[in-house]
Design a protein around this ligand. Sequence first.
Ligand SMILES: C[S@@+](CC[C@H](N)C(=O)[O-])C[C@H]1O[C@@H](n2cnc3c(N)ncnc32)[C@H](O)[C@@H]1O
Length: 281
Amino acid sequence: MSPKRPSKRARTRSTARTAKGRPTLASRADRYVLYQRAVQDPEPEIAFIQRVFKRTRGRAAQSFREDFCATAHLATAWAKGHRARTAIGVDIDPEPLAWGRANVLAPEPEQVQARVTLARANVLEYAGPKVDVVGAFNFSYLIFKKRQELVAYFRKAYEALDRDGLFFCDLFGGTEAIVPSVESRRCKGGFTYVWEHARYNPIANEILCHIHFRFRDGSEIREAFTYDWRLWTIPEIRECLLEAGFRDTQVWWDPTDEDEYRLSESEENQPGWLVYIVGVK
Ligand SMILES: C[S@@+](CC[C@H](N)C(=O)[O-])C[C@H]1O[C@@H](n2cnc3c(N)ncnc32)[C@H](O)[C@@H]1O
């Protein structure tokens, strides 16, 4: 969910009516619903956070801050997981926040809603209560393209953590990450999620990506979300976390042949890889 709303061009590409004049599936679809179904899966992410937190801190994490939270799907799922848990969702864009408040939080029991706080704020400025875990997922922090900006963000995350807190972010890479490409995947609900690496600039190590959605009636929503990112490398992220004050960092590698991410310091490169990088306060 990029800060920029879909461009006028993106909207008009979702043809509104079929040849028979019926509204197309694309024109009736909600891009936030499609996004959640296509790229968000809170349960395994929360289980991973708790696994790493218990392993590192010997206890379960209770308080969580989801930075770049958009519709706060993960923050809400966190609070739903246990009565003792609290969650904060921070996003600069009022639109996904409002959508999340109405469609993700409002359907939950009051006792869950009472433990979730949504804040419309810039993560570079937000200063809320201290928490056990701060998370920046689906590569959202890659919008920070200058080193001092990235370190400034990691420093804000560091300051938001309790003394034994952990920071989590994810990253992708591999030989195919820097090659313009399109990959698609059919999703529950009968639509196709399309992830496009539209452009890569090696001089700045910047990548422009789009999410498109296609429907069985041939209609589509093009550029439903667009991301203009710097494709930082794992060592750069680790150095910036240490520069921001974290005492240590961990890399959890996504082994394609095993279920669980594993702690790692050396791996064979792959066409596409995913990692979690953890900052230890
Ligand atoms: C890729 S989406 C992330 C969605 C969600 N975290 C996920 O895991 O799928 C990025 C979100 O970051 C928000 N965002 C971008 N810059 C921000 C900033 N400086 N402070 C807070 N939110 C920001 C955008 O509004 C957008 O909703």
